[in-house]
Every structure is written in structure tokens, then in C-alpha cells.
Design a protein around this ligand. Structure first.
Ligand SMILES: Nc1ncnc2c1ncn2[C@@H]1O[C@H](COP(=O)(O)OP(=O)(O)O)[C@@H](O)[C@H]1O
Ligand SMILES: [Mg+2]
Length: 402
């Protein structure tokens, strides 16, 4: 399936909505590159506001060839030098002029060991082509030096009206029926991000080419379910560990569910075997840690698992996949998982009981629990007392009563 974000990506600067000033500055910079004081521009602003697409569209309009260097690929100065060197040496082979794009530099490190930022700074000093850098958040002090060498151009957060305009055009071309206020609602939900608004539109109209009030309501109710795909997008579609690590911050589902969602959707997203192998290595480590932490109750280590399954998986790919995957809840493993959950419930109860009775979990599981369960089922008074005494959860009570 073609993602709408690709199918309807702007081909000319006119089609880039709500960024007129930025586009003008950028075009100006490229056209008058020889007269500029600085060799690079830094396009900054939130995701889905048109930074990357602007570089491509302007290159296209000015008939320039884009050399894209993914910031995450840049591991050391040598690599940049060889890339740049080959670009310069190829100059005579092509009649087209060139434009260098280094996209999403947020994750680059300024320290000597990795040296990505230093390398870019050098690249800016040496280049004979205009350089466009993009970044979400340029305010980290590590970018100070770089900022002095670039002209900064802001891509402002998109208001809902320009997003609405973008969505409307797509609906017309796709012959999607919509009510105006529903489409506006969809635009509002996206919070400044045209890309996610377009993806929402595609998701909601996969089955029927109609956008109703109900579909928007369903979307609201599905919010909980939906927070997971959003979190996965954050992990899968970035190579920047700093962005990825926040993915689950606003997600309510617990760690087990997070692991299952990743397990289910990872192979659809990472199609290169090397990427997939690296990512699964992280995931299986997380799974092992998860079980150990639960067994030993070292809860404070959970934070390392989060790092593994967010940042760890994000950096397991060489570069971002451009295809559109609709992330789905897991089907295959759910039964297995529920079975595991049940046995975990049993263990959790036994554990509480063992603490109170000063006996081992093993003994409790074998001797005490079956007897206790029988009484628990029959005797209401006992049930209430024990529930309070052991501070049993609703699920645990239900498990004991079944
Ligand atoms: N200002 C805009 N006008 C029209 N479409 C946009 C705009 N911003 C983003 N889009 C849509 O979202 C997609 C992603 O935009 P992109 O340039 O990659 O965003 P960024 O690099 O700022 O994260 C584009 O392909 C386009 O379909
Ligand atoms: Mg971008």
C-alpha cells in the first residue's frame, strides 16, 4: 500500500502549506549560495512540518541533485570525507549542480569518540555545495558551535487550518467523502504534525472512503489502543535514541504488552535481515531481563528494559524505512501470554502468602494454596479477610474464585 504521505507529498513549493517564509529563505539561500556568508542552513521545527520535503522540492525546482547523508550513518569524519570527496570528484560527470542534505541531526554526538557533529562542522567549512541540515530541537548546547556556522530557518508548528487544507486536498483526490468539521477535528488531533494527520486519515479510510463523525469518535475511544501505534512509530521511524526513548512515556499499557506489540510489528517494519537480527537481539535481552527482574523483584532495573526496547531498537536499523505499516495489536502470542499471566497470578498470590506465613513460595504453591483456594471459594467471611490481609487485587480474587 502506498502511504498517502508519499503519494501526496508536495512536488512544488506551492504545495508546501504554511511555511512561506521558510521556503522563501531556503530558496534564496540555495540560489544565491555563492554570495552567502554561511555554507549551510539549519531547518528546525517539530516533526511533520515539511523540513525534509522542502529540501527535496527546492532541489527539484532548481534542478539540483540531492546527496542525502543520513545523520545516523555518519559515524566518523572519514566517512564524511570520503562521501564528500566522491561527490566532488563526480562533479564533472554530472551536469547537475548539487545540494547536500543531512537529515535529522538531533541524535548526533558532539564528543570526540563519535564526532558526528565535529565532522559536519568540518564538512560545512570545506563544502562547495549548499548544505541543508534538519533538526527538531536545536537548543541543546551541543549544537552551539554548529549553529554559528549555519543560517537558521524556522519551520513553524503547523496550525490546524493548514493541516485541514492538506487533508482536504487528499480527500478530494482520493474521492473520500467527509464532513468539514470532522476533517477539522482530525486536523486538530494531530497537534501540528501534518505527517501524522495524513497517516490518521489513511488509517481511518482504509475500509470505506468515508470519514464520518463516528469514525472520529471511534478514534477517540480507541485512544488507548492508538497510543501504542504512535509509540511504535516513535521507535521504528527514528534512528535518534533520544527521541525513541520517550516513546512509551505516555502509554498506559504495561511492559509485557509493550514487548508483545514490538514483537508483533517489528518484522513488518524492519525488512533488512541485519536490522531485524539486531533489533531482535535487543528484544530478547529485554525479555530475559524482564523475567529476571520479576523473579527477583528488582523493579528499579525496569528502566534499562525501557532503554533496550526503545532506543536500542531504534538504533538497530541502518536507516529509517520509508514504507507505511499499520501497526497491529498482537494476535499470535496473546493466548500464550494470557496463559503466562495466569500462572504469574498464581505465583504472585503464593508469594504474598509465603511472606505472611514465613514459608517458601514453593511450599506455599504445593501445600497451602490448593487448600486455601477451596476455603476461599466457599467461605465469604474468610474471603474478605484474606483479601484484605494479603491486599489481593481484583484479578487475584477472581483467579482464586474460579
Ligand atoms: N507544510 C506542509 N505542507 C504540505 N504537506 C506537508 C507539510 N509538512 C508535512 N507535509 C506532509 O508530511 C510529510 C512529511 O513531511 P516532512 O517534510 O518529512 O516533515 P519533517 O521533515 O518536518 O518531519 C510530507 O511528505 C507531506 O506529505
Ligand atoms: Mg524530516
Amino acid at each position: 500500500m502506498h502511504p498517502f504521505t508519499i503519494k501526496y507529498q508536495p512536488k512544488t513549493t506551492n504545495e508546501i502549506i504554511g511555511q512561506d517564509l521558510a521556503i522563501k529563505k531556503l530558496k534564496d539561500f540555495v540560489i544565491n549560495f555563492k554570495k552567502q556568508k554561511k555554507n549551510a542552513v539549519l531547518l528546525y521545527g517539530p516533526p511533520g512540518t515539511g523540513k525534509t520535503i522542502s529540501a527535496y522540492v527546492i532541489a527539484n525546482e532548481l534542478d539540483l541533485e540531492i546527496l542525502e547523508m543520513n545523520a545516523s550513518d555518519i559515524r566518523n569524519a572519514n566517512q564524511i570525507n570520503s562521501l564528500l570527496g566522491s561527490a566532488i570528484s563526480q562533479m564533472s560527470l554530472f551536469s547537475k549542480g548539487k545540494l547536500i542534505l543531512v537529515d535529522e541531526i538531533d541524535g548526533l554526538s558532539g564528543t570526540k569518540d563519535r564526532g558526528g557533529l565535529l565532522a559536519i562542522t568540518k564538512l560545512i567549512e570545506k563544502t562547495s555545495f549548499p548544505i541543508i541540515l534538519t533538526i527538531q530541537n536545536p537548543w541543546d548546547y551541543k549544537f552551539n558551535k554548529l549553529k554559528r556556522k549555519t543560517e537558521m530557518i524556522e519551520f513553524s508548528p503547523l496550525d490546524y487550518l493548514p493541516i485541514f487544507e492538506i487533508l482536504k486536498k487528499i480527500c478530494d483526490k482520493e474521492k473520500i467523502m467527509y464532513e468539514e468539521n470532522v476533517l477539522k477535528g482530525l486536523a486538530r488531533r494531530a497537534g501540528n504534525d501534518a505527517r501524522s494527520a495524513i497517516n490518521d486519515l489513511q488509517t481511518l479510510t482504509i475500509e470505506a472512503k468515508e470519514l464520518t463523525k463516528k469514525s472520529l469518535e471511534d478514534l477517540g475511544e480507541r485512544n488507548k489502543l492508538e497510543s501504542m501505534p504512535t509509540a511504535l512509530t516513535k521507535i521504528f521511524k527514528t534512528t535518534d535514541p533520544k527521541i525513541a526513548i520517550t516513546a512509551f512515556d505516555t502509554v498506559n499499557e504495561d511492559l509485557n504488552e509493550q514487548l508483545l506489540w514490538i514483537d508483533e510489528n517489528l518484522p513488518k517494519e524492519y525488512t533488512k535481515p541485519e536490522d531485524l537480527a539486531k533489533a531482535y537481539d535487543k528484544l530478547s535481552k529485554a525479555d530475559v531481563f524482564n523475567r529476571r527482574i520479576r523473579r527477583w523483584q528488582h523493579w528499579r532495573f525496569l528502566i534499562y528494559i525501557n532503554a533496550l526496547i526503545t532506543a536500542g531498537i531504534a538504533v538497530s536499523k541502518e536507516e529509517r524505512y520509508k514504507h507505511f505499516v499499520q501497526y497491529k495489536p498482537t494476535g499470535r502470542l496473546l493466548k500464550l501470554w494470557w496463559a503466562k499471566q495466569k500462572s504469574m497470578k498464581k505465583k504472585a498470590i503464593a508469594q504474598k502468602l509465603a511472606e505472611k506465613t514465613h514459608s517458601s513460595i514453593k511450599e506455599t504453591l504445593k501445600d497451602t494454596l490448593p487448600y486455601l483456594q477451596a476455603t476461599f471459594k466457599k467461605n465469604k467471611d474468610f474471603r474478605e479477610k484474606l483479601t484484605e490481609e494479603l491486599d489481593l487485587s481484583r484479578e487475584e480474587v477472581m483467579w482464586l474464585r474460579k
